[in-house]
Design a protein around this ligand. Structure first.
Ligand code: FES
Length: 571
């Protein structure tokens, strides 16, 4: 075993070692300070992060595993972000959570860490932190919730909220029925059960090699999760003994595997911005176009909402991530290793599909090409993305007149105005919703359609935004337009009535306005007026330093790694 980092605190006979040991003697044996790996459990349990509020029980199983392997478990509550609760948007706090976790891991006498995350931003933030402090680490995803049903039909978290609320606006569902469904959606502990961002990032953490293989996707109430938590605790001790650090495991090949997995599972578009941010911490050269290059031709094999029908409990029953990846094993990097010490592909040999309705064999995909398409053009010089699998095929090549909204508030004020000049061929454009603009890049890009068009039976339109879309949403939505309007991107000069041209096959997003005219136009005054200008605190720091979505929307000074060294003693 390499020299333990925690020995810098606990080894020796001097006053400082005495101080560090004495305050930790709260019933632990004296041997706890004698060469035993100190394993933090970075715990995002919080009543205000309801998807993670069962984590203390999970952490208890991790603790037992750590003790059993000869380590010392240490509960470390870290910043937790409840996707549905925090305002103005959870994404504003991802980098703060990552920075705080990184600093607390570095500042404390810790040799290794179990990263306990679930709700959307918690796994990305923890992985960013672990990458920058580069201590031996393993992710333990907290698991999705079980399937709830309403009137005999399964309800997908998020996805069905959008669907049902649109039905109310279209007049095909009563408001009372909508409200009645509310108590049916969240059937159990766990995170959203669709292929939203939480499910996606848990599965991608495993594809990256950072989860004990076979763990991601186990439903939160399933007793096997606690058994895996125990095993993960044991593994964390072993990782310290092997000196297996995130920078050793999350390589270019690991990100390649994560991008293949993202396409095959039909994962959330939010994974793009999170994987870019994690890679940025590691110095792995990953760019937006890599998602298209690696993932575009990967088939969609998982029939889960929002792209399909089923939910996470079904995916686990059908064979889980391993069964999916086995179908595309030839597309994976064979050398990318996992926390087990073995390559990812070595864990796929026994995998089988148990339900071919949920996981399709490679020869019968749901869609032959499922990856994220990266668009460029005079509307998105640094890129924009679209998820063709969640879009309407007839809209993937489209020319329509822009109807522009300068803020979310402007959108809500006007979208249902019967006099709004909009038809099914129009392109809805929302700007001022990027990282700097909102601030925090909210999930607002899946704009609700105008009520008058819904009532005519229109169910999808082309929408364009510099913000994000919920992983549980669907539609022909162009997202993450970069540079964002608030950073001077051309989206800030588009006017209502301009012709917009979307060509997904050609990977283009353009406005049919001569470049000289576009350059001459001033930025939208109405948008500029609404932009956030925080004067203090985190928001001020964030707006001043956040980078574009095309590179992961991290803060400019958080790129890279500081390692685990601490320069000075505390006394
Ligand atoms: Fe937590 Fe969806 S709200 S995962």
């Amino acid at each position: 075993m390499p020299e333990l980092r925690s020995n810098q605190w606990y080894a020796g006979q001097d006053r400082n070692a005495y101080l560090h040991r004495a305050w930790m003697r709260r019933g632990v044996p004296g041997s706890a300070f004698q060469g035993r790996p100190q394993i933090a459990i970075a715990n995002t349990a919080s009543d205000l992060t309801p998807c993670n509020n069962h984590f203390n029980e999970v952490a208890e199983s991790v603790r037992q595993g750590v003790w059993a392997a000869g380590g010392v478990p240490l509960n470390l509550p870290v910043v937790s972000i409840g996707e549905t609760q925090v305002r103005p948007t959870a994404m504003l706090w991802r980098n703060m959570a990552a920075m705080a976790a990184e600093e607390m891991l570095r500042a404390n006498p810790i040799d290794g860490v179990v990263l306990l995350g679930g709700c959307d931003k918690t796994i990305p933030a923890l992985l960013m932190a672990a990458a920058s402090v580069d201590l031996p680490a393993v992710v333990l995803p907290g698991g999705p919730m079980l399937t709830g049903t309403f009137r005999g039909v399964p309800l997908g978290c998020g996805t069905d909220v959008w669907r049902l609320s649109e039905e109310v606006r279209a007049g095909t569902l009563t408001e009372q029925a909508f409200l009645d469904s509310e108590s049916s959606m969240i059937r159990s502990r766990g995170h959203c059960n669709t292929m939203g961002t939480a499910s996606t990032m848990a599965l991608l953490a495993e594809a990256l090699g950072m989860v004990l293989p076979g763990t991601a996707g186990i439903p939160a109430p399933d007793s096997r999760l606690l058994a895996r938590a125990h095993d993960t605790g044991r593994l964390a001790v072993e990782l310290v003994e092997r000196d297996a650090r995130p920078s050793h495991l999350m390589t270019t090949g690991s990100f390649h595997n994560a991008i293949v997995a993202l396409a095959a599972i039909g994962g959330s578009t939010n994974a793009v911005v999170h994987l870019l941010a994690i890679a940025g911490r590691l110095g792995v050269p990953l760019g937006l176009t890599d998602f298209d290059r690696i993932g575009a031709d990967v088939p969609l094999l998982v029939d889960l909402q929002p792209a399909g029908r089923h939910l996470m409990e079904d995916l686990h029953r059908a064979g889980g991530l391993a069964a999916v990846l086995r179908e595309v094993v030839d597309l994976l990097d064979p050398d990318a290793r996992t926390v087990s010490g073995q390559p990812l592909v070595a864990h796929l040999t026994e995998a089988q599909i148990w339900d071919r309705e949920v996981i399709r064999p490679r020869a019968e995909p749901l869609r032959p090409q499922a990856g994220i398409a990266v668009l460029h053009g005079n509307l998105a010089p640094a890129g924009a993305i679209i998820k063709p699998a969640a879009a309407s095929p007839h809209l993937l090549r489209h020319r329509g007149r822009a109807v522009v909204f300068d803020s979310v508030e402007d959108f809500h004020e006007r979208i249902d105005d019967p006099d709004l000049d909009v038809d099914a061929d129009s392109v809805l454009v929302l700007r001022g919703c990027g990282p700097k603009g909102y601030p925090g890049m909210p999930e607002v890009a899946n704009l609700p359609l105008p009520a008058k068009l819904l009532q005519q039976g229109v169910r999808d339109m082309v929408r364009i935004c510099d913000g994000r879309m919920s992983g549980t949403a669907y539609g022909t939505v162009v997202l993450h337009v970069s540079p964002e309007a608030a950073a001077g991107g051309p989206l800030d000069r588009v006017a209502t009535g301009d012709w917009i041209i979307l060509d997904v096959e050609g990977r283009r997003l353009d406005v049919d306005v001569p470049q000289e005219e576009l350059d001459r136009r001033p930025p939208s005054a109405a948008m500029t007026e609404r932009l956030a200008r925080p004067q203090r605190g985190w928001e001020q720091l964030y707006v001043r330093t956040v980078l574009g979505a095309d590179t992961g929307a991290d803060l400019d000074f958080l790129l890279g790694s500081s390692g685990d060294r601490v320069a000075r003693e505390s006394h």
